[in-house]
Design a protein around this ligand. Structure first.
Ligand code: MG
Ligand code: ZN
Length: 227
């Protein structure tokens, strides 16, 4: 069985790479910095977006693509913050791919956008395999999920340049060991930036927002230099 399945998967991933490269070109031509945000369900992706949008209001033009199995609940949460958001419903599909992003882009006005954040489907497995054309992959892990996640989902931790550890206000009520998370993540990706945050209390947001601002500025400069 495995011999039959592997080439098919390879072909799907190769086709996706082509679409991701097209997306990337489109983002770069428009001077937009793009993040692919991943996590398991309930880690706090949409809450992170809400707090990040509030924190960057008036300084950076933001748009969001929301990926979910069903419903437009998350896109509505984002729109209520005054930001353009388009919802992709995967109808059971467990990850976003380059083609879905291409379609979603057609319903966004990118002219005043500096930063596009794509909230992937809640899943620590296959979203790691599908590039969307983003500049950085980032992930959010909540302390309620436990400190063993880097051991169980190593690829996700390897490919993400940022790890946001959320719900740190709950640390006293869990057996989660922050040092273990940091050490296990570091072994998988020594260059990963780690931010400890609470979307509920707002703790730890300042360095995260600075990281984004620096990235957006750096990307603009890089693209301006190419023209
Ligand atoms: Mg969400
Ligand atoms: Zn999937």
């Amino acid at each position: 069985m495995a011999q039959i399945k592997v080439p098919v998967v390879r072909n799907i991933l190769q086709a996706n790479e082509r679409l991701a490269a097209e997306n990337r070109k489109r983002f770069d031509n428009a001077g937009i910095f793009v993040l692919n945000l991943m996590s398991s369900p309930g880690a706090g992706k949409t809450s992170l977006l809400e707090k990040t949008i509030e924190g960057l209001a008036g300084r950076i033009g933001i748009a969001v693509i929301e990926g979910d199995l069903q419903s437009s609940y998350d896109a509505e949460r984002i729109q209520s913050k005054g930001v353009q958001a388009v919802q992709i419903n995967t109808d059971g599909g467990c990850h976003l791919d380059g083609n879905m992003i291409q379609i979603a882009l057609d319903s966004l006005d990118l002219s005043a956008v500096d930063l596009l954040i794509i909230e992937n489907v809640g899943n620590l497995v296959c979203p790691a395999e599908f590039n969307l054309g983003e500049h950085d992959k980032i992930m959010i892990l909540s302390v309620a999920e436990g400190d063993d996640k880097p051991l169980k989902y190593p690829l996700m931790f390897q490919i993400c340049s940022v790890l946001l550890v959320n719900k740190i206000d709950l640390l006293p009520y869990t057996d989660c060991d922050m040092n273990k998370i940091r050490e296990r993540a570091r072994q998988l990706n020594a260059n990963q930036k780690v931010f400890e945050i609470s979307c509920r209390t707002g703790e730890g947001f300042a360095p995260w927002l600075s990281w984004i601002e620096e990235k957006v500025r750096g990307h603009k400069k890089l693209q301006a230099g190419k023209i």
